[in-house]
Design a protein around this ligand. Structure first.
Ligand code: KG4
Ligand code: ZN
Length: 333
C-alpha cells in the first residue's frame, strides 16, 4: 500500500510517498526559513499562505519523482502546530482524498518524529525518546507503535527555542541555534557560570526560561562583548542546555530500564549534544551499552516522510480511517 504523507504544521512543507512493503519511494520538502528570517521568528499567516502556494507544486514534483500519480491513502499532520498551517495541509489532503477516492488519516506530528528512525529500516523499541525541536522538548517512553508514555516535558521554552532566543540576543540571524553552536566551538564552556535548571530536583521535566534570563544578564554585563566573550557565552549556554538534556536522558533510561535512546528534532543535530550522549551511552557504569538512534539529519527536522510512515504503519496494522477528524493546534499525545 502506497501512502502519501503531508506535513505543514509549521514552517516546512513536506510531502513523501511511503510504500508499506518497499519503504520510502520519494520525498520533497520546502523550508520557509528565508520567508520568516527577516521577522526573527515564524509568522503564522505567512506560513499558511506559503503552504497554500507550495503544496500543489510539491505534489507535482513528487509525482514526477516517483512516477506514481495516485496513492492508496493519504496521511496528514492534524496537529499539534500552527492552526492555519495545519488547516492548509488537512484541506489539501481532504480535497485530494475526495478527488482520488482514497482514505485520509490524521497523524500526530510528534508520533512522526518518534517513529522517524524506522525510515532507516530499524525498529529501535522499546526505547526512551528525546524529542528536542524548536517547538517541543520532551522525553517519551516508546514501547511500540501507538504505545507511548510521556515521561517529562518542558515547562516553558523548547530547547531549540531557547537556542534561538539566546542567539537573537547575541545578534545572530534566525534561526540562530546552529549559528550559536558554531560560535560555541571557539569558546570556553566554563567561562560563565550559567544555571542548570531543574537538575537539582528529581523528575524529568525541563525548563529553559531561567537559563535564558541568566544568559541575558551575563551578556549585558560584558557589553560591548568581544568575539571571544561571545564565543565563551555561547559555549557556556550550550553546555548548560546539553548537560540538562543529557542528565534527564540518563535518569529516564535508569527509570525505565531501557537501553535504547532515540534522539529526534532539530537540536538533535547539535554536535556537543551528540558527543555528550555518546559519552553517556558508553559510560563505564552501564550494565550493558546504550544504543543511540538518530534519524538521518533530513528526517530529524520536519518532513513528510515521517508522516507517510506513521500512516503506512497504522494502515498495515489494520486501522480503518474515520472520514472525519479534528485539526488540533494542541494535541497531547
Ligand atoms: O525540528 P525542528 O525543525 O523544529 C521545529 O520546526 O520546531 O528544529 C529546529 C530547531 C531550531 O530551534 C534550531 O535553532 C534548532 O532546532 N537547531 C539547533 C541546531 N540545529 C538546529 N540547535 C542547536 N544546535 C544545532 N546544531
Ligand atoms: Zn517537528
Amino acid at each position: 500500500m502506497r501512502v502519501l504523507g503531508i506535513e505543514s504544521s509549521c514552517d516546512e512543507t513536506g510531502l513523501a510517498l511511503y510504500d508499506t512493503q518497499g519503504g520510502l519511494l520519494g520525498e520533497v520538502l520546502f523550508s520557509q526559513i528565508d520567508i520568516h528570517a527577516p521577522y526573527g521568528g515564524v509568522v503564522p499567516e505567512l506560513a499558511s499562505r506559503d503552504h497554500v502556494r507550495r503544496l500543489p507544486l510539491l505534489l507535482r514534483e513528487l509525482q514526477q519523482q516517483t512516477g506514481v500519480e495516485r496513492p492508496d491513502a493519504i496521511a496528514v499532520t492534524a496537529g499539534p502546530g500552527l492552526m492555519g498551517a495545519l488547516l492548509v495541509g488537512v484541506s489539501f489532503a481532504r480535497a485530494l482524498g475526495f478527488a482520488w477516492g482514497v482514505p485520509v488519516l490524521p497523524v500526530h506530528h510528534l508520533e512522526g518524529h518518534l517513529l522517524a528512525p524506522l525510515l532507516e529500516g530499524e525498529a529501535p523499541f522499546p526505547a526512551v525518546a528525546l524529542l528536542v525541536s524548536g517547538g517541543h522538548t520532551l522525553l517519551m517512553e516508546v514501547r511500540g507503535l501507538g504505545d507511548y508514555t510521556l515521561l517529562g516535558e518542558t515547562l516553558d521554552d523548547a530547547a531549540g527555542e531557547a537556542f534561538d532566543k539566546a542567539a537573537k540576543m547575541m545578534g545572530l540571524a534566525y534561526p540562530g541555534g546552529p549559528i550559536l553552536a558554531q560560535w560555541a566551538e571557539r569558546g570556553d564552556p566554563t567561562a560563565f557560570a550559567l544555571p542548570r535548571p531543574l537538575l537539582d530536583r528529581p523528575g524529568l521535566d525541563f525548563s529553559f526560561s531561567g537559563l535564558k534570563t541568566a544568559f541575558r544578564y551575563a551578556l549585558d554585563k560584558v557589553r560591548p562583548a568581544s568575539d571571544q566573550q561571545l564565543a565563551d557565552l555561547a559555549a557556556s549556554f550550550q553546555a548548560a542546555v546539553v548537560e540538562t538534556l543529557a542528565e534527564k536522558c540518563r535518569r529516564a533510561l535508569g527509570q525505565t530500564g531501557h537501553r535504547r535512546l532515540i534522539v529526534a528534532g532539530g537540536v538533535g543535530a547539535n554536535k556537543a549534544l551528540r558527543s555528550r550522549l555518546a559519552d553517556l551511552a558508553s559510560g563505564a557504569r552501564n550494565r550493558e551499552p546504550i544504543a543511540l538512534h538518530y534519524p538521518r539529519l533530513s528526517h530529524c527536522t520536519d518532513n513528510g516522510a515521517m508522516i507517510a510512515l506513521v500512516g503506512g504503519l497504522r494502515l498495515a496494522g489494520g486501522l480503518v480511517p474515520a472520514p472525519d477528524f479534528p485539526v488540533r493546534a494542541r494535541w497531547p499525545m
